[in-house]
Design a protein around this ligand. Sequence first.
Ligand SMILES: [Zn+2]
Length: 56
Amino acid sequence: MPHPPAAPGPATPAPDAPVADCLHCGRPTEYPVDRPGLVLCPVCEWQEAQRTACSG
Ligand SMILES: [Zn+2]
C-alpha cells in the first residue's frame, strides 16, 4: 500500500512564500503578506492576548 501524500497544514505557508512582517516588532510572522487585518508574530500575538485579557 503506497504512502499517501503529506497533506499541507491549513495555516502553513510554503517555505519560500513571502510572509508578512509583524506590525509590532517587524519579525516575520506565520501569515502570508496578503493576510488582511492586524498581522502579528506569535510572540506579539500572545502579548496582545494577555493585554486584552487584563484590560477592563
Ligand atoms: Zn512581533
